[in-house]
Design a protein around this ligand. Structure first.
Ligand code: ZN
Ligand code: ZN
Length: 488
C-alpha cells in the first residue's frame, strides 16, 4: 500500500555499481598462431627496453603494434585535447612512417582500445537515436568494460605508453563526453544528479537509458470523504493485473485516490510510467482535509517529459478533480524531500462532530430484552441526554481537555498493522466548542500522531482521558475534518 524508500530503485547505487559479471571478452576468440609471436615480442620488448614515448623509438613501437590514432595521442606523452586527438595521432603516425615504422599486416584491432575510439561515431549515433523523444538537460554517462580488457590495457599501457598516460576507462569517458557535447548542444554532462543516465556496454555496444524520477511538491485539499490518500490494491485479488470481479477488473479497492486524482493527469502530461505518493501523514478515508491542505511529494517514474508550467498543471489537476481534490503550491522537488515530508511531525488541527449520550449497555443491562434486540441497541445507540446534563457542563468538560497529555493505547481499528503500545500525545488547544442536545462539535489542535477519534470516544478506555470519560457518556464520531497541517 504505502511506498517505502527501499522499494525505489537506488539510482546512485545503480550508477556506481556498474555490472557485476566479470565476463571474459577473449573467451570466444580462437587462439591464433600469431598470438605466440605477439607475446614473444612483448617479452623481447622488455629485454630490449625500448624507450617509451615521447621518444621516437617508443612512438614507432606504438605504430608498429597497430595502435589507433586516438590511443597514439593518448599514450604519446604529448599534451592534447580529445577533439584534436585523432589529428595528433595521425601526425605522429606520419612521422613514424617516414622513419620506416609500419603496422604489422596481422594486426586487426588497436591492441589498447580494441577500436572503441575508432567506432565512437557509430556509438554516438546509437546513443542519439536511443534518446530521441526524451526531454532532458542533464545527462550522465557510464561505461562498462570487461575486467580483463581493463587489466590487459593497463599492462600494455604501462609497458608501451608514456609515463602518466590516461587509463582506458577515463579516456573513453572523456572522448565520448567530448563528442556528445558537440552533438547534444543543450545537454549538460554531469557527474551526479542526472536526469538521464546512459550506460554503455563496451563489449556488446548495448546501450541502456535510465530516466531519473521527477519529483513535485505541493499541498492537497481533500474535499470529499471516501477517498484514500494512496492507491489501495483490491483486497480480494491483491491488485493483480486485470483485477477481479469484486473490483470491476480495476485491481483497486477504491475507484480513486488522492494519488490518482493528482497523479494521473500529471503522469499523462509527463509521459511517465507510474507514480509514487508521499504525504506528510495521512487522513483516514472518511476524513476530509481542508484549510491550506496537506503537504506531499509525488514522484513520476521514467518521465519522457520533465519541463512544464506548474501553474498550468495545477489548473489541470484542479479542473479534472473538481470538487474532490485540489492542489496548490506546486513546485519542483527532489528525492531527499520525501524523507523530510515523511519525517516531519506536524501538529494538526481538526474539527470533529460527535453524538453523546448514555451508555447503551447500561440500558441493555437494566431492561430484559432478547439478544437480538440488545444487538440492535448496540448498533444504533439510542441517545438521550439526562436532565442534569446541561450544555454548560458539556462545554466545560470538553474544554478541560485542553493542554492535557493523552495516553493512547494503539486503537483496535489499527491494531492489526501497528504494534500494541501506549503513546503519549498532547492536546495543544481546543476551541470553537458547539454544544447541542445530543451532538457537539469542537476544533482541536494536537500533536502529530494523535488518534483524534479516540480522543472523543476513548476506544473502550484505551485513550485516557477522553471526552467520553469526562462526560461519563458514550460518544460516537459523526465526522472529522483536518483543518490544517501546521508545517512548511
Ligand atoms: Zn585505440
Ligand atoms: Zn480485485
Amino acid at each position: 500500500m504505502s511506498e517505502s524508500n527501499d522499494e525505489e530503485e537506488d539510482w546512485s547505487n545503480y550508477a556506481s555499481a556498474g555490472y557485476s559479471s566479470a565476463y571474459d571478452p577473449w573467451a570466444d576468440l580462437v587462439p591464433q598462431e600469431e598470438t605466440e609471436d605477439f607475446d614473444d615480442d612483448f617479452e623481447m620488448d622488455e629485454f630490449a627496453s625500448i624507450r617509451p614515448p615521447p621518444s621516437d623509438e617508443g612512438l614507432d613501437h606504438l605504430v608498429s603494434i597497430g595502435t589507433c590514432d586516438y590511443c597514439i595521442a593518448r599514450l604519446s606523452g604529448q599534451p592534447f585535447s580529445w577533439d584534436g586527438a585523432q589529428n595528433l595521432g595521425a601526425t605522429i603516425r606520419k612521422s613514424s612512417d617516414e622513419r620506416g615504422a609500419t603496422k604489422g599486416d596481422d594486426v586487426q584491432f588497436c591492441p589498447f582500445c580494441e577500436d572503441l575510439f575508432v567506432d565512437m561515431d557509430v556509438l554516438v549515433e546509437e546513443i542519439k537515436s536511443k534518446l530521441s523523444g526524451i526531454e532532458f538537460k542533464k545527462m550522465q554517462i557510464g561505461a562498462h568494460f570487461a575486467k580483463s580488457h581493463v587489466a590487459e590495457e593497463d599492462d600494455l599501457r604501462t609497458r608501451n605508453g608514456a609515463t602518466g598516460s590516461q587509463a582506458l576507462k577515463s579516456a573513453f569517458n572523456d572522448a565520448l563526453s567530448q563528442k556528445l557535447k558537440l552533438e547534444l548542444k543543450d545537454v549538460e554532462l554531469v557527474k551526479e544528479q542526472p536526469e538521464i543516465m546512459v550506460l554503455i556496454d563496451t563489449l556488446t555496444f548495448n546501450i541502456t537509458a535510465e530516466l531519473r524520477s521527477l519529483y513535485l511538491y505541493g499541498r492537497y485539499r481533500k474535499l470529499k470523504r471516501g477517498i484514500p490518500q494512496t492507491r489501495w490494491p483490491c483486497r480480494a485479488c491483491k491488485g493483480r493485473d486485470g483485477g477481479c470481479e469484486s473490483c470491476d477488473e480495476t485491481g483497486l479497492q477504491y475507484p480513486t485516490s488522492v494519488q490518482d486524482q493528482i497523479g494521473e493527469p500529471l503522469r499523462v502530461a509527463f509521459q511517465a510510467k507510474n507514480t509514487a505518493f508521499h504525504g506528510m501523514g495521512r487522513e483516514d478515508i472518511d476524513v476530509r482535509c481542508l484549510g491550506r491542505g496537506r503537504p506531499f511529494v509525488i514522484e513520476f517514474k521514467s518521465p519522457l517529459r520533465r519541463y512544464a508550467d506548474l501553474s498550468e498543471l495545477t489548473e489541470l489537476v484542479n479542473a479534472t478533480s473538481a470538487g474532490s481534490v485540489e492542489i496548490s503550491e506546486l513546485r519542483a522537488s527532489r528525492r531527499s524531500e520525501v524523507a523530510r515530508i515523511k519525517g516531519t511531525a506536524a501538529e494538526k488541527s481538526y474539527t470533529i462532530r460527535f453524538k453523546y449520550g448514555p451508555d447503551p449497555h447500561v440500558i441493555a443491562e437494566t431492561t430484559t430484552e432478547s439478544d437480538e434486540q440488545s444487538e440492535e441497541i448496540e448498533e444504533q445507540p439510542k441517545i438521550e441526554s439526562p436532565a442534569e446534563l446541561t450544555p454548560e457542563f458539556v462545554k466545560e468538560m470538553i474544554a478541560s481537555l485542553e493542554g492535557v497529555t493523552l495516553e493512547q493505547r494503539t486503537p483496535q481499528r489499527v491494531s492489526h498493522r501497528r504494534a500494541d503500545k501506549v503513546r503519549k500525545r498532547q492536546v495543544v488547544s481546543i476551541s470553537e466548542i458547539l454544544v447541542e442536545p445530543n451532538e457537539a462539535e469542537m476544533t482541536v489542535r494536537c500533536e502529530s500522531g494523535t488518534y483524534v477519534k479516540e480522543l472523543v470516544h476513548s476506544d473502550e478506555g484505551r485513550t485516557v482521558p477522553s471526552v467520553a470519560e469526562k462526560l461519563g457518556l458514550v460518544c460516537e464520531v459523526i465526522w472529522l475534518d483536518v483543518n490544517d497541517v501546521h508545517a512548511d
